[in-house]
Design a protein around this ligand. Structure first.
Ligand code: NI
Length: 136
């Protein structure tokens, strides 16, 4: 029987949604306020779900302190208080939409979490708008 464990995290970041292949009118029509040339911020809320078997020696699926530290080291330290477009390599070319941010976070965490676990990442860009990437 597989059991899921969750960790929540948080970061603030600025972004601009802009497709350089389009003119200003089309960018504004598609991206609206998120196309503001001088950027704007979001309070991103992150939920990370890891699913696996309970280890009979610990009674735990995994050590949530380890997961918390992993998220801190690889996600919060990388993105918190950053301008995603200007300050991060990940979004130099990639549009920092909630979908792409969530996918990048999933890809980063996936490389650090053993393949015996399923991984799902949910990212809230606002309390009402959120996206998910994952396999559980
Ligand atoms: Ni935005």
């Amino acid at each position: 029987m597989k059991v899921s464990v969750f960790r929540r995290a948080h970061f603030n970041a600025a972004h601009r949604l802009h497709n350089p292949n389009w003119d200003d009118a089309r960018n504004k029509a598609v991206f609206g306020l998120c196309n503001n040339p001088n950027f704007h911020g979001h309070n991103y809320e992150l939920e990370v779900k890891v699913r696996g078997e309970i280890d009979p020696e610990t009674g735990m699926v995994l050590d949530l302190a380890w997961l918390a530290d992993l998220i801190k080291q690889h996600i919060e330290n990388r993105f918190d208080h950053k301008n995603l477009n200007l300050d991060t390599l990940e979004f130099r070319e990639l549009i920092p939409s909630a979908e792409n941010i969530c996918l990048v976070i999933w890809q980063i965490l996936r490389t650090h979490i053993p393949q015996t676990f399923d991984l799902l990442v949910r990212l809230y860009e606002t309390p009402r708008n959120f996206v998910e990437v994952g396999d559980c």
